[in-house]
Design a protein around this ligand. Structure first.
Ligand code: KIV
Ligand code: ZN
Length: 432
């Protein structure tokens, strides 16, 4: 679509990465039902997972991590419901996480019996902190855990040939791991799975805890992208968390550095500060004229459902989704918005001051944009009378009425509805 363009255009010939802009949407994987769920005070029931899953499918997600069935009976039951009630469209992969242990991998495959397309996702932590303090293994021991698990996954999958399997490996704590060691482990896993022989393989690189600036994470991803074996046959995925508040930025830079796929959650629920927010990442693309391949046009419904199921409220200033993100109270902002909106015509490139996207594109209304309080000016007062009552005031009257309304707002201390502005206009100027 041409409504939005990359902006601003920078002419910087020595730019580091040829793809300094993201040119197309990555493959998204929604991990709300696993990473998001495991961080909830009250984990989701089977029924809630089902509702959430259906929304993710409707929005357009093709890869959905549905749980950790070897660790949770609810997640096991949910997998069975999805498969037995045929709830998974043919083009959607369900994904499940499991630790790198044979009994758990066996149980995981049991949960997926009869699935059409499934991703079995194994992980083990590879960073020095985990090797030395949590698991007491050296590098070889750590690599051996991953390789053994990869072999079990390969062998169990061979016993269930009715399913089209994808295999996914995460070196958990990748961003805190020596990158050359991570590459060594990834190569060892891939030597078992052999993506070059047709096996669909995803190598997922987590910033399990965000420990650096996004450019450093992107450098790590780039090293993997440039150095692993079988690169052309492997899907490189990233899985960022938001501990430093940069989960989306880290994922975006990772895509520019070579990643093909991004894992995240709607509105960023997930462990601690949360996972990378799929809404922000997707809408960031949209606002640059790139189709995110996910439908965010009914944002209010997304927010309502996520809030209901997670019991976590969305911040009113959450990018693209918060209640207040398309509101302007201050006079100068209102004035600028009003002028731009009066010139904007359907089909034009969006070019409206203070509004990075057209609120209508996420199901919001222009009516919400200009709101009146004591900081509003003549532009705002004129705008609401014109918008809601079809009254077109001369400039001198806009100024006078704005002063009176501003006083009302100061006394009230809060927001003044357009009805109150209208009442004030009627009483002061029409009732003679
Ligand atoms: O954050 C993380 O490292 C994870 C992995 C299991 C992918 O959630
Ligand atoms: Zn995670």
């Amino acid at each position: 679509h041409t409504k939005y363009q990359p902006f601003p255009v920078i002419d910087k010939p020595d730019r580091r990465w040829p793809g300094q802009r993201i040119e197309k949407a990555p493959l998204w994987a929604a991990v709300d039902l696993r990473d998001g769920n495991q961080a909830l005070i009250k984990p989701m029931s089977v029924a809630q997972k089902r509702t959430f899953f259906q929304m993710l499918v409707e929005l357009g997600f093709k890869e959905i991590e549905v749980g950790f069935p070897s660790a949770s009976q609810i997640d096991f039951d949910f997998c069975r419901v999805l498969i037995e009630e045929d709830l998974v469209p043919d083009d959607v992969h369900i994904q499940v996480l499991t630790q790198a242990r044979e009994d758990l991998i066996a149980r995981t495959f049991e949960s997926l019996k009869g699935a059409k397309n499934a991703v079995v996702h194994i992980y083990n932590a590879t960073s020095p902190t985990f090797r030395e303090q949590v698991f007491n293994v050296d590098k070889d021991g750590c690599k051996a855990i991953a390789v053994r698990a990869a072999e079990w996954v390969r062998d169990y999958a061979a016993q269930q040939p009715e399913t089209h399997w994808s295999f996914q490996y995460s070196p958990e704590t990748f961003s805190a791991t020596e990158t050359d060691f991570a590459i060594e482990v990834i190569d060892a896993v891939n030597n078992v799975w052999r993506p070059d022989q047709g096996q669909r393989v995803i190598i997922n690189l987590p910033a399990t805890v965000e420990v650096s600036t996004p450019n450093v994470f992107a450098d790590q991803v780039e090293l993997v992208h440039e150095n692993i074996q079988y690169r052309d046959d492997v899907i490189i995925s990233v899985h960022t968390h938001d501990d430093r508040g940069c989960g989306v930025a880290a994922a975006e830079m990772a895509v520019m550095a070579g990643a093909d796929r991004v894992e995240g959650t709607l509105l960023g629920n997930g462990e601690r500060t949360g996972n990378m927010d799929l809404v922000t990442a997707g809408m960031n693309l949209y606002s640059q004229g790139i189709d995110p391949q996910i439908d965010f046009s009914r944002m209010k419904e997304i927010v309502a459902l996520v809030e209901e199921i997670t019991d976590i409220q969305t911040h009113p200033r959450h990018p693209y989704a918060g209640d207040l993100v398309f509101s302007a109270f201050s006079g100068s902002h209102q004035d600028a918005i009003r002028k731009c909106l009066s010139r904007y015509k359907e089909g034009d490139t969006w070019n409206v001051a203070y509004l990075p996207i057209d609120p209508a594109d996420v199901g919001r209304r222009y009516e919400e944009v200009v709101r009146i309080n004591s900081q509003s000016g003549k532009g705002g007062v004129a705008h609401v009378l014109e918008r809601d009552f079809g009254i077109d005031l001369p400039r001198w009257l806009q100024q006078e009425l704005a002063k009176v309304v501003q006083k009302d707002a100061e006394e009230d201390g809060g927001e003044i509805t357009s009805e109150s502005v209208h009442r004030r206009f009627n009483s002061d100027y029409l009732s003679v």
